[in-house]
Design a protein around this ligand. Structure first.
Ligand code: FES
Ligand SMILES: [Fe+2]
Length: 306
């Protein structure tokens, strides 16, 4: 369970309808005429047409392309059947809770579709004149979302995968709420020495703040879309302080893209180890595996992934 991105806000225009795949489900995402994003299960309860393919936004509803039944964005109830006055009780599609913030549309995913248990943080840097406007990069990777999240608690791989001279000194802490995890790493031997602070709010939202010195800061965050057990669509956003934009902005963006291509062959060919053999130097990974269990709801989920 948790928040997961399903689109960038600016890529979903008013009246636009998109087919979305997340959590091994087919979904339909659209923006109503009043500007609200809505997300439902994709298949029409009538004869099963996919609302994400040729479905139409009509006011605050979506209209099925097959026989024109309309469903409310708010609760998924059928509001109109163009050739019949009586609407069957069961004419309803499942509606997922969405929230739009920090430039993205997020769905609260819970296998039983219960309401959100926490909110995603607001990022004051977005829109702050001291910071640049966001830069974006997206990547489809053949790995489970948990394995990608785990990467941010894995200082050892920096040396072997990302060619850092040494394994950075790192520590992991978890907030008293038990949910927000922090990794602090001293990147003393990098080209530009820095302090790295990765905050993982849930497997669907991780933010890395890198500090090179006073007013020399950048943040990047990843809002992955968990497509299924073997595929994740990463949405990275990067902002830097204006003071260092010219010096590092483009280089850092390039660095992220190169960094991901370093990780890619590992992700593409690895298996998920449910019970890894850990050594004493793996404290941060052990902490991660303990922490991540809370995001699975049923014991079946846990057995499958964590
Ligand atoms: S299948 Fe949707 S209205 Fe018939
Ligand atoms: Fe990595």
């Amino acid at each position: 369970m948790g928040w997961y991105s399903v689109a960038r806000s600016h890529e979903l225009a008013v009246g636009e309808v998109q087919a979305v795949k997340a959590f091994d489900r087919e979904l339909v995402l659209y923006r109503t005429r009043s500007g609200k994003p809505a997300l439902h299960d994709a298949f029409c309860p009538h004869l099963g047409a996919h609302l994400g393919h040729e479905g139409r936004v009509i006011g605050e509803t979506i209209r099925c392309p097959f026989h024109g039944w309309q469903f409310n964005a708010e609760d998924g109830k059928c509001s109109s059947i163009p050739y019949c006055d009586e609407i069957p009780e069961r004419a309803r599609i499942r509606t997922w809770h969405v929230d739009e913030k920090n430039g993205e549309v997020y769905v609260w995913f819970h296998p039983e579709n219960t309401g959100p248990q926490w909110a995603l943080p607001d990022l004051p840097e977005l829109g702050d004149p001291n910071w640049t406007s966001p830069r974006y990069t997206e990547h489809l990777v053949p790995a489970h979302v948990q394995d990608i999240c785990e990467n941010s608690c894995d200082p050892v791989h920096f040396r072997f995968v990302h060619s850092q001279a040494e394994i950075p000194d790192s520590s992991v802490t978890i907030d008293p709420d038990g949910r927000t995890m922090h990794l602090h790493s001293e990147m003393a031997n990098a080209d530009y020495p820095s302090h790295l602070h990765a905050i993982t709010y849930s497997p669907g939202f991780a933010l890395v703040r890198t500090t090179y010195g006073p007013n020399a800061e950048m943040i990047m965050y990843n809002s992955p879309q968990a497509i299924d057990q073997h595929q994740t669509f990463m949405r990275w956003t990067l902002l830097v302080r204006r003071e260092i934009e010219d010096a590092v902005g483009d280089d850092v963006m390039k660095g992220i893209i190169n960094g991901l291509s370093d990780d890619y062959p590992i992700w593409a060919n690895k298996v998920h180890k449910r019970r890894p053999v850990f050594c004493k130097g793996d404290e941060t990974l052990v902490a991660f595996r303990k922490w991540v269990r809370q995001f699975y709801v049923t014991s079946e989920d846990k057995r499958e992934i964590a």
